[in-house]
Ligand binder design. Sequence first.
Ligand code: CA
Length: 226
Amino acid sequence: MKLLIVEDEFALADALRDRLQQEKYEVDIAEDGITGHELSMSDTYDLIIMDGMLPGMDGVNIIWEMRKAGHKTPVIMLTARAGLTDRVKGLDAGADDYLTKPFEVEELLARIRALIRRNHGPEENLLCVGNIQLDRKNGAIRNSQTGADVTLSGKELKLLEYFMDNPGEVLSRGKISLRIWGHEDTVEYNNVEVYVSFIRRKLKFLHANLQVKAVRGLGYRLVEEA
Ligand code: CA
């Protein structure tokens, strides 16, 4: 699960990130509204924690723009104590929940879990597409027909998980690199290609009926062979 925190109070954002990482979430931080808007519109996060007042562009506007563009990523808005209108505006714009500052981190964690459950159902350890089962816990894939399995490295696992969570959907290289490497790292595009080739090799080794196909000029998609 990959989360985005859009928050200009760096101490708060940093503390939240540490706590969320302890809970095994991956976390990116945007420290201003412009970056927050750009990353929110990338549609690569499973949930966004959005501060209301931000330099550059406020949280309500970002949420509004996201919903207008059709992005359904769940958003929890953080609002100031006195900010009743902010809260109402945020919910009207399409925020799914809100917390008033200051808040208990445990409460935020509970709300994150609730929203993720609502969107994904209970998180399954086993992800199945075609004849391939991916075990999120032990980082292995297995052919459900033959029983053969191989382990994946951390980045291979993240990448295949991303494909298997979105079967058939074209994922651009930009989205993939943001999802796997995060926005802080500069990644050469051919890193994406390298990891796609690793995954292809492992799928082939397992006689998977799945293929990662290149879609010229657009990216890649996972297709199940008939
Ligand atoms: Ca703020």
